[in-house]
Write a protein that binds this ligand. Structure first.
Ligand SMILES: Cc1ncc(COP(=O)(O)O)c(C=O)c1O
Length: 479
């Protein structure tokens, strides 16, 4: 097995310096097998290296922040050129203006734009604008979409909500993806109270109204989903318009990946506000709120309505992120990044599904989601997520040199990396097959199994804690 000696030493000390030993929970020790790279030193293209000198094919790409691959020359050159002119000015910079004009021309959803540095900046700004515009209190979030913001309006609705006051929590309500009847009931229950609905336009499922519309189902299953037809997204659009509620599509993950202009553009359903971040600037810090002029303009200084404090940030106009975003979008269009990503993802799906069939482990592992954004899911036979199996599988795959906790295909991934990855995935499948047969999954990896980020106590193995909730299955950690 690979050695992680130096990484483990650093990681141990890191926890004494920084809570969580990381600046992002999803990169933490409780999210990966113990035998995995602890600290990364550098990355290039589709590869990264850890402090112990191990090399990996990196399918995770940070928190999905790359679309062209690590260390992309075109983007890096644009950034280097920008910083030679200094990075922040006393009045708005010319690049702020140029990127804004480019974005308004490029994204059909964008009548106006406002820039930030993180995804949470712009989702929270979208929520605030919606509340101000509608003069309403409630925010409806899609329950199947795990993350929208680090800020209290969202964190208050999770299982890790210590420090968020009750008055903040009560205004965030949930709805289920593809359950249009449930959405209608929610609008009845909270009549004239819902300021906005926020969701990723697509995640792992087609936006289909399967029960009600057979034609839509057929189309979806052929993969040419419902453009112009009534599907979940078009229904949401109608309901929001009818109720005077702002529809927000969070395009942080789906954004450039499904379609360079946003997944909603692929489906032809346009929200009032859309939020972009992550890979839009290929690894640099930049985010964008785009949408209707009437709403965004509340943050401006040329109207007579009550003023909204919309994203005024010291570093909002820093040129690094702006230059990176402009170069990334232009490069993505030039190389037709979407074609590459959908194709390679399709091959990954075909190859992995074939391996699963050959190894006979289809009851325990599958690839869910769209070809451009697939996800490996380890489950028990009853279909529920199996963290021990996930840990065991990934420990083996990592040992084979593949980092694939989530999948963020980039232009830098090619058939070469795909072939090497499929060989490693086969070894992972063989390992879990053996362990399932021997009924020793729990003992088939070093250390503890991965845990959910959103859990009330560090000891919890599940998100809802059996110490707090009486209706929850009691595990050993609940005592
Ligand atoms: C869908 C979605 N929205 C918003 C965010 C928040 O983005 P950031 O971490 O840049 O604040 C994330 C981050 O993972 C996300 O996945």
């Amino acid at each position: 097995m690979r050695k992680y000696t130096k990484g483990m030493q650093i990681s141990k000390h890191f926890h004494e310096l920084v809570p969580g030993g990381s600046h992002t929970y999803s990169k933490g020790n409780d999210q990966f097998p113990q035998m995995s790279p602890q600290i990364i030193t550098h990355a290039d293209g589709a590869y990264c290296w850890d402090v112990d000198g191990n090399q990996y094919i990196d399918w995770a790409m940070g928190n999905r922040v790359f679309i062209l691959g690590h260390n992309n020359k075109v983007v890096n050159d644009a950034v280097k050129k920008a910083i030679d002119n200094s990075t922040n000015y006393t009045r708005p910079g010319i690049l702020e203006y140029e990127v804004a004009q480019f974005a308004v021309d490029f994204f059909p959803v964008a009548e106006m734009v406002k820039f930030g540095k993180n995804g949470s900046d712009v989702t929270t700004a979208a929520v605030k604008l919606s509340r101000a515009y509608t003069n309403r209190t409630h925010v409806a979030v899609c329950k199947q979409h795990p993350f929208f913001s680090i800020h209290d309006w969202f964190i208050g609705s999770t299982n890790m909500n210590a420090g968020v006051i009750e008055s903040e929590r009560q205004y965030t309500i949930g709805f289920d993806y593809n359950d249009i009847e449930g959405v209608k009931k929610m609008f009845d229950q909270y009549h004239n109270k819902i300021a906005c609905l926020i969701l990723e336009p697509v995640k792992n499922d087609h936006p289909c109204n399967y029960d009600k519309d057979e034609t839509c189902k057929e189309q979806c299953e052929k993969g040419i989903c419902a453009k112009g037809k009534k599907n979940f997204l078009t229904e949401l659009r109608d309901i929001c318009t009818k109720n005077g509620t702002i529809l927000i599509f969070d395009e942080m993950i789906s954004g450039i990946r499904f379609d360079i202009r946003g997944a909603h553009h692929l489906w032809g359903v346009y929200p009032d506000l859309a939020t972009y971040g992550k890979c839009i600037s290929n690894g640099f810090s930049f985010s964008m709120l785009a949408g209707k002029r009437d709403i965004l303009n509340l943050g401006g200084i040329m109207h007579d309505r009550e003023r909204v404090f919309l994203l005024s940030q010291t570093h909002g106009s820093e040129t690094v992120g702006l230059a990176a975003a402009l170069a990334t979008l232009k490069e993505c269009e030039r190389v037709n990044v979407n074609e590459h990503i959908w194709n390679l993802g399709g091959q990954l799906r075909k190859g992995f599904e074939q391996l699963i069939k050959e190894e006979g482990v289809g009851k325990y592992i599958k690839l869910i989601g769209f070809d451009c954004n697939p996800h490996i899911l380890c489950t028990k036979e009853n279909g529920t997520y199996w963290p021990e199996l996930h840990t065991s599988f990934h420990e083996e795959v990592i040992d084979q040199g593949i980092l694939i906790p989530w999948i963020s295909i980039t232009y830098a991934h090619t058939n070469l990396e795909l072939d090497i990855t499929l060989q490693a995935l086969r070894e992972g499948l063989r390992k879990i097959k053996k362990s399932v047969e021997m009924e020793n999954i729990e003992d088939s990896f070093v250390g503890e199994a991965v845990k959910p980020v959103f859990r009330p106590f560090n000891k919890c193995k599940q998100g809802r804690c059996g110490r707090i909730y009486t209706d929850v299955e009691k595990l050993s950690c609940c005592k």
